[in-house]
Design a protein around this ligand. Structure first.
Ligand code: NAI
Length: 453
């Protein structure tokens, strides 16, 4: 008998399992796949490995003569690049296994099914616990006219492991996956066209920042067709022909590979939620209360299975909070301060409200901006593209949203998250001493600009 059985060993599940075990609970974690879930095995980590490798290749290919560095011919060994990615994943898999051993979390390999409250069936094995946590994540959404076939039409999973570089890659959806994997293959030599249904890339992100990123990506060679949707595809001799519709007109584009990245859906397939009567909303998301409890007492859910951004760190935070709650401690997740990062080059990171989002909510906003090209360190690093935009309440100066488009934005956004977590103001950021020379000064200067004259 366990205190807690966690179903799913992704960043939500494994963090919850380890944290609960640290707090003294007897924990089992079940997964039918490898430790680390989508994020570690076919998501965040392998994509970042390829983003790093492809960017290095791209930079070296362009040449470093302006640094005074002369290079010989730059070649590409795709299989070595893929092996490096696999090695990183393997190292992190082993890291989780070792944390499980260290904290005495029992890992059970297999597909789990809830056979009753507190009862989990894994093959022949019946496990029992006071609490069960569902953390089974999400899977890519398939478009009706473009089903994944593993040969021409792919999801992100396969696009992380192409054996050869597509000559022409069509990407459907300008979300994080489309832009990140589109960037990888574009840097490695593919001609990439990104097709997006809405009128901006990264819908939901600050419109101005998304527009700036689109301009930079176009300069790198990616093409975009906005307000266009993919309707269907047919395999021809020349590749896959994708039918598009935009502005009332129909057209077609042909590529040798199509990446469909139009979102993900919660995945609880085979868990037996219906038999137990666990309530879900129209989009298939498990409904939970503010303590992550489903409609069945003792059964909880976190991460991509429940509403909120489908992000590893959101799932992780929820997992940690749930472990604390089960151990009798107070815990909460602040959903207002969850950063989002798109790992293109440069990266786009953001926390809080976009300018238009803040206005739509009725805030009277003041905006401050500062460009990376006005920063000395950015010049030394040869990373002068981008800007920081700070949105604050015009009345109280409180930070409402911070947006960073620039080198190392994923790291820079951290201080804005902390400032917002403490209900900080633009003045708090502006009057905080920042190291000189450093990219963080761009944030500080944007904060000064947001404070007004
Ligand atoms: P997404 O929901 O972020 O973006 C999908 C895009 O596809 C949207 O812009 C949508 O308007 C567009 N779209 C939908 N149907 C279309 C059609 N028929 N034709 C053309 N465009 C269409 O989904 P994505 O990029 O697949 O990512 C899935 C989830 O994974 C998201 O929640 C994302 O936040 C998360 N993720 C986060 C990453 C990060 O934080 N760096 C990296 C990868 C994924």
């Amino acid at each position: 008998m366990f205190d807690l059985i966690v179903i799913g060993a992704g960043p939500g599940g494994y963090v919850a399992a380890i944290h609960a075990a640290r707090l003294g609970l007897k924990v089992a974690c079940v997964d039918k796949g490898a430790l680390g879930g989508t994020c570690l095995n076919v998501g965040c980590i392998p994509s970042k490995a390829l983003l790093e490798s492809s960017e290095l290749y791209y930079q070296n290919k362009k040449g470093l003569a302006h640094h005074g560095i002369q290079l010989g011919e730059v070649g590409l060994d795709l299989s070595a690049m893929m092996q490096r990615k696999a090695k990183i994943v393997q190292t992190m898999n082993q890291g989780i296994a070792s944390l499980f051993r260290q904290h005495k979390v029992e890992f059970v390999s297999g597909a789990a099914r809830l056979s009753g409250p507190g009862k989990v069936q894994v093959g022949e094995q019946q496990l029992e616990a006071c609490h069960v946590l569902l953390a089974t994540g999400s899977v890519p959404i398939e478009l009706p006219g473009l089903p994944f076939d593993g040969r021409h039409i792919f999801s992100s999973t396969e696009a992380l492991a192409f054996e050869k570089i597509p000559e022409r890659l069509l990407v459907i959806g300008a979300g994080a996956i489309g832009l990140e994997l589109g960037s990888v293959w574009s840097r490695l030599g593919s001609q990439v066209l990104v097709v997006e249904y809405l009128d901006q890339i990264l819908p939901g992100m600050d419109r101005e920042m998304a527009g700036q990123l689109q301009r930079l990506l176009q300069r790198q060679g990616l093409s975009f067709q906005l307000q266009t949707s993919a309707k269907g595809a047919e395999v021809t001799k020349g590749g896959v022909k994708v039918q598009l519709e935009g502005g009332g007109k129909e057209s077609a584009e042909t590529g040798d590979a199509v990446l469909v990245a139009v979102g993900r859906r919660p995945c609880a397939d085979g868990l037996g939620l219906e038999d137990l009567g666990i309530a879900r909303d129209q989009r298939g998301r498990v409904q939970v209360d503010d303590q992550f409890q489903t409609s069945i007492p003792g059964v909880y859910a976190i991460g991509d299975l429940i509403p909120g951004p489908m992000l590893a760190h959101k799932a992780e935070e929820e997992g940690r909070a749930l472990a604390e709650l089960l151990a009798g401690r107070p815990a909460r997740v602040n959903y207002q301060t969850i950063p989002g990062v798109v790992y293109t080059h440069p990266e786009l990171a953001s926390v809080g409200l976009s300018e238009e989002g803040a206005v739509a909510q009725g805030w009277q906003v003041r905006v401050g901006k500062h460009l990376f090209r006005a920063n000395g360190r950015a010049h030394c690093m040869d990373q002068i593209d981008g800007l920081v935009k700070i949105v604050c309440d015009a009345v109280t100066d409180r930070l409402l949203g911070v947006h960073v488009l620039g080198a190392q934005a994923s790291h820079l956004i951290g201080e804005a998250v902390v400032a917002m977590e403490f209900a900080g103001s633009a003045e708090d950021l502006a009057r905080t001493v920042h190291a000189h020379p450093s990219l963080s000064e761009v944030l500080k200067e944007a904060a000064w600009a947001a404070m007004g004259p």
